[in-house]
Ligand binder design. Structure first.
Ligand SMILES: Cc1cc2nc3c(=O)[nH]c(=O)nc-3n(C[C@H](O)[C@H](O)[C@H](O)COP(=O)(O)OP(=O)(O)OC[C@H]3O[C@@H](n4cnc5c(N)ncnc54)[C@H](O)[C@@H]3O)c2cc1C
Length: 818
């Protein structure tokens, strides 16, 4: 086999994802593409997929768009390529058998409808009419999309490959990629047994092999193969292939016709990772020996939904490997370790039904240099090296497959692979009765139970048992003082003669001002879209302290390093070197003053000041800043002295009403003040003006900044097309979490990107991106907002709301607006 000497892009892997990436690159005009497939197309996981095509079910806008796009693409692919795709739009029904599922699906359905999915709530009787063999007496409702259904995964992949070939893509089967070549931090090509191919871009679409292939290039892709099952019964004459696919997560199964029998697909709650040591190179069109004993109870439960299966013979119990990731989101995007090396893998059992959309997103990203959808939730740079260890993968994967079918309660925390990263005061917080959740692998204190009460999660769509404890922490921050362990925050020291100029170029705000000052800023790309939202503290002329959230850790670090290029500046990641305690609240100054000899008066230590202060035996970097809207301080303490400083603060705190507060309080306090959180309520598709952060942009600073032209252009273009607003429910009872639909004068105009409960404001509060076209007058200004009638739809019911451009809670004068 002779391979071409060069190509613009080499795609590795001929499953549905690799073929989709190649197809979309070609359709975007990049036809100088080589796809390498180790064996034959579809020989990995794709060949044995069940081929469900489903647009209902996600509260991510990106995922829903990818699902819709995929279905529409598969619907036209056959006409374009002449290749049969087997798409059958026979419909899809998701059933709810208890009140909590019904609540979840009503919330999801409202969001999906807003995104253009034609989903209808139907009765058990209607379910029976559509799928007569189903047992429905214990069901409450179904959620039906008539245009969804199933496709032939091999047909779809072959059609994508044919479409790519027709436009000039070279597809080579039987040619494995053995490694990559690189130069100065960027990939320059691939190696194969038949020779090297020089390339500008390489895309790892190697499915269950992607982690191993990535590791050879030093790229972190912590996915793991797991056993994944479906059973096919003998022929059932009563069954029709025209019936919709039926899915019942509570029974662990989905059901559809397959060659005259019933296919029962399974997502068991406790699953089995497969081949943790590594996937064999020669595994092709492979099957895994099924574990009947493990699966039998789940199969039996599933069969009760379609009882005829209990008395029908089994033709085949099929088990194949599929890749799962630590958080059930795929691994997508440019690797932080290697420029121009892209990843598109870790599909968590929805690679067929999202594959078309994902291929489009990745191709767009490569061709245009940036994605056109929110990728904060699935960017490969959110993941960390420790997640690739065999023990981590083995442990977490047991939980991840089953997560697909769990009721997605707002307070759910992953149970497995816990304790991987702990703050230096973790044991002290355990003693304080903290309830912990997984915060990018760290044990993050979420809330604290009072003495004698077990800190246990309560899974509910209503008020959890810990609601009053949370409220007390929140109030303590407004009335007295709180201490929060924030050691998981990402902390970088940027040093060098060019550190100031580089950071000033990267930041939209002016950060290279007076030493001893912290600045809140965004980092923008050339299109003026947000890439990071963080603080930069200037320690002295050549040293800066940059702090970003845990989820943005590697993204911010990579972004900065790439902007520095050859300039004289160096970034050190000091996240592990420093613990972080935030002491916040109106009495925080008094408290801290009682444990330090430093002068904390307003004159000596004003807002936005950065000082080194003493606390006990420790020298602490103290920054006067708040993310809660109160007087407050962030303390950065050498890791080995964090416990010592914590003990001093807690001992002194009693007389100032100090309360331990967790991440739930952080969320509710910051939401009342409408402080943004990157990756939750703002993302890479938002401009800084749309995010309502224009106040943090310095258009006049000397030398400008990256993205400045785009900001100026958007300002000049007139009213913004959309804008982030704060939304407060008038009724104190209902709760909002994410994805609830906002209406302006009865017109849907956006959804809650993130929400919490405002214990001071007295109602659920969140941030929503609102389309200007839905607001009277077409401009999102407070006058127009005040003149309109607003409500929020929660699980089918509408609740009146107050909407504001300015924070509804104003801590400066302790007055609540609205
Ligand atoms: C039982 C089962 C049922 C499923 N049902 C559904 C469903 O109903 N709907 C749905 O959406 N999804 C379903 N899935 C999931 C779906 O099959 C996968 O998400 C999807 O096929 C993944 O595609 P991929 O291209 O990432 O991986 P693969 O199909 O595995 O493709 C990766 C390719 O890379 C090649 N490769 C690996 N290493 C190299 C190398 N070094 N050089 C060159 N080539 C290499 C492999 O040979 C392979 O062909 C199911 C999965 C299973 C196991």
């Amino acid at each position: 086999m002779i391979v071409p000497a060069q190509a613009r892009v080499v795609v590795i892997g001929g499953g549905v994802i690799g073929c989709s990436v190649a197809y979309h690159l070609a359709h975007m005009g990049w036809t100088d593409v080589v796809l390498l497939e180790r064996d034959r197309l579809t020989s990995g996981t794709t060949w044995h997929a069940a081929g469900l095509i489903v647009t209902f079910g996600s509260t991510s806008e990106t995922s829903t768009e990818m699902r819709k796009y995929t279905r529409d693409l598969y619907a036209r692919l056959e006409a374009e390529t002449g290749q049969h795709t087997g798409l059958r739009q026979c419909g899809f029904i998701e059933v709810a058998g208890d009140a909590d599922r019904l609540e979840e699906y009503r919330r999801v359905a409202a969001f999906n409808r807003h995104c253009g999915v034609d989903v209808h709530e139907i009765s058990p009787r209607q379910i029976k009419d559509l799928f007569p063999l189903a047992r429905v007496d214990d069901l409450l409702a179904g959620f039906y999309v008539a245009g969804d259904g199933r496709a032939d995964p091999v047909g779809v992949t072959m059609a994508l490959a044919k479409g790519a070939r027709q436009l000039g893509v070279t597809i080579l089967e039987g040619v494995p990629c053995t490694g990559v070549t690189r130069r100065r931090g960027a990939v320059t090509g691939v190696t194969t047994p038949a020779g090297e191919i020089a390339a500008e871009y390489v895309v790892n679409c190697a499915g269950i092999w992607a982690r191993q292939l990535g590791a050879r290039a030093g790229v972190t892709i912590p996915l793991q193969a797991a056993e994944h099952y479906y059973l096919i019964t003998e022929r059932i004459p009563e069954l029709s292939s025209s019936w919709p696919v039926l899915e019942d997560p509570a029974s662990y199964g989905y059901f559809r016709e397959e060659v005259g029998g019933l296919m029962i697909g399974l997502f068991e709650p406790v699953c089995a990772p497969w081949s943790v040591a590594g996937v064999p190179d020669e595994f092709s069109f492979g099957e895994i020996q099924p574990d009947w004993d493990r699966m039998a109870p789940y199969i039996e439960t599933a069969m009760q939904r379609v009882p005829i299966a209990l008395t029908t013979g089994v033709r085949k119990l099929f088990c194949g490997p599929e890749s799962f990731t630590p958080d059930l989101q795929p691994c997508v995007g440019e690797a932080p370790e290697l420029r121009n090396y892209f990843v598109a893998a870790g599909l968590n059992s929805i690679g067929i039904l999202t594959g078309g959309g994902l291929g489009r997103v990745v191709a767009h990203w490569i061709v245009n240099g940036r994605p056109d959808v929110d990728v904060t939730g699935f960017h490969v740079d959110r993941l960390h090296g420790y997640q690739t260890t065999p023990e981590y993968r083995r442990t977490r994967t047991v939980e991840s497959l089953g997560m697909v079918y769990k009721c997605h309660y707002p307070g759910y925390v992953m149970q497995t692979a816990r304790g991987a990263r702990r703050s230096p005061i973790h044991d002290r917080l355990v003693a304080r009765n903290a309830f912990f959740r997984d915060v990018s692998g760290w044990e993050g204190a979420d809330w604290y139970a009072p003495p004698g009460v077990e800190p246990a999660a309560s899974l509910t769509w209503g008020r959890p048992s810990w609601f009053p404890y949370w409220a007390a922490e929140h109030r303590a921050a407004r009335d007295a003082a709180i201490v929060m362990d924030m050691s998981f925050m990402a902390k970088f020291l940027v040093e060098g003669a060019d550190a100031g100029p580089v950071l000033d170029w990267v930041s939209a705000n002016r950060v290279d001002g007076p030493s001893g000052t912290i600045t809140y800023t965004q980092w923008l790309d050339a299109a003026g879209k947000l890439q990071a939202d963080l603080t930069v503290a200037k320690l002295d002329d050549e040293r800066f302290w940059v702090v970003a959230s845990d989820t943005a850790h590697r993204h911010a670090l990579t972004w900065l390093r790439r902007q520095i290029g050859d300039r004289r500046a160096f970034v050190a990641d000091l996240t592990s070197a420093y613990g972080q305690l935030n002491v916040q609240g109106p009495r925080s100054r008094e408290l801290l003053q009682s444990v330090t000899s430093a002068d904390l008066s307003d004159a000596a230590f004003p807002f936005r000041g950065v000082r080194d202060i003493d606390i006990g035996f420790a020298q602490v970097r103290c920054i006067r800043i708040t993310y809660l809207g109160e007087l407050g301080y962030e303390l950065y303490i050498p890791t080995e002295q964090t416990a010592h400083v914590y003990d001093r603060i807690v001992a002194a705190g009693e007389q100032f009403g100090l309360v331990h507060a967790g991440l739930k309080a952080l969320a509710s306090l910051r939401m009342e003040k409408a402080y943004r959180d990157y990756g939750h309520d703002i993302d890479n598709t938002d401009s800084v003006l749309e995010a309502g952060l224009g106040f943090a942009v310095d258009l006049d600073k000397p030398g400008g900044f990256l993205g400045r032209d785009a900001v100026i252009a958007q300002k000049a273009a007139g009213p913004l097309p959309r804008r982030l607003v704060q939304v407060l429910l008038r009724d104190p009872e209902p709760l909002m979490f994410h994805a609830e639909i906002v209406r302006c004068d009865d017109r849907p105009c956006g959804y809650l990107r993130a929400a919490s409960y405002g214990h001071t404001l007295g109602g659920a509060v969140g941030l929503a991106m609102i389309e200007a076209s839905a607001v009277p007058g077409g401009a999102i200004v407070q006058r127009a907002i005040d003149a309109a009638r607003w409500d929020v739809e929660i699980a089918g019911r509408r609740h009146p709301a107050t909407v504001s451009l300015r924070p509804l809670f104003d801590p400066d004068n302790r007055k609540i607006k609205g």
